[in-house]
Write a protein that binds this ligand. Structure first.
Ligand SMILES: [Zn+2]
Length: 274
């Protein structure tokens, strides 16, 4: 997961979102706001303003419209980072959207947790499911607190996560101390999105690593052979539009500690800025 570029919406689309949100916020109490959000979301997201929203979200995606969480599968669902069933006031808020894939969106669903404002304890605010297979009935607002899930729209996930490029290709908590908020946020995010255990994601990251190295090596050969700038620019674009951009970001961050990478980046130091 990498931090997403912050694009803004046109004023007309922003205005439409505010109008849709006002319909939700105008309901008299919390359960009816949740019900309203759930009811109008499916039709509103078919409306014209969402064409712009989907285009912008696609631009923000990794590679060819890859999921912003796992960076592997096709991103085909607008994901509410704060679930709309718990936070109906964020149903039509641009900063609450990203493009995700079904395998990420499904397990995440209405799962959410916050750090208690008073004592800092991690509190699960996921609504209980009273009937198996039925959506939960959300009757009260969640306890107030700071979100635990890492939010790639607002913060750099690599401040919390470290990708092991040497062996497992698993995400690891950046912070060693298990009692810190940073550690708990990383642990919660890895587990909720099943980033290390699902769909052979570590294998896909390992393959991406090999491909990034091969592309960089090829770039260096062409550069040393005097290839035109347009060809080198195209090779750079090829690297930057691949899926699993976290692997590339980690290669730059860890190149000092991995001799094979150091040798490559020493010959193409400009790539450290890509
Ligand atoms: Zn995904």
């Amino acid at each position: 997961m990498i931090q997403l570029e912050n694009l803004s919406l046109s004023s007309s689309t922003s205005r439409s979102l505010r109008q849709y949100q006002a319909e939700v916020d105008g309901e008299p109490d919390f359960p009816s706001r949740v019900a309203k959000a759930k009811k109008i979301w499916p039709s509103k997201k078919q409306n014209k303003p969402f064409e712009e929203i989907k285009t912008k979200l696609t631009t923000m995606c990794a590679g060819a419209k890859r999921c912003c969480y796992c960076e592997d599968s096709a991103a085909d669902e607008i994901e509410h980072i704060f679930p709309k069933n718990i936070y109906p006031e964020k149903t039509f808020v641009w900063e609450n959207y990203l493009y995700a894939c079904g395998p990420c969106n499904g397990p995440k669903n209405d799962n959410f947790a916050v750090f208690d404002l008073q004592n800092g304890a991690l509190m699960d605010v996921t609504p209980p499911r009273n009937m198996p297979g039925k959506p939960p009935q959300v009757l009260t607002p969640p306890k107030a607190g700071d979100p635990v899930l890492i939010n790639p729209r607002k913060e750099n996930p690599l401040d919390f996560l470290f990708l092991d490029l040497k062996d497992t290709f698993h995400f690891i908590e950046w912070e060693d101390d298990e009692t810190t908020r940073s550690y708990k946020r990383a642990e919660y995010t890895i587990e909720l999105l099943k980033l290390n255990t699902r769909d052979l994601l570590p294998q896909a990251r390992s393959e991406a690593y090999g491909d990034y190295k091969a592309r960089l090596a090829h770039y260096i050969i062409r550069k040393n052979n005097g290839a035109p700038a347009s060809e080198l620019a195209k090779m750079k674009r090829g690297i930057l539009s691949k899926q699993h951009p976290t692997v590339w970001a980690e290669m730059k961050r860890q190149q000092d500690k991995i001799s094979e990478l150091k040798a490559l980046f020493d010959q193409a130091p400009e790539a450290l800025e890509w």
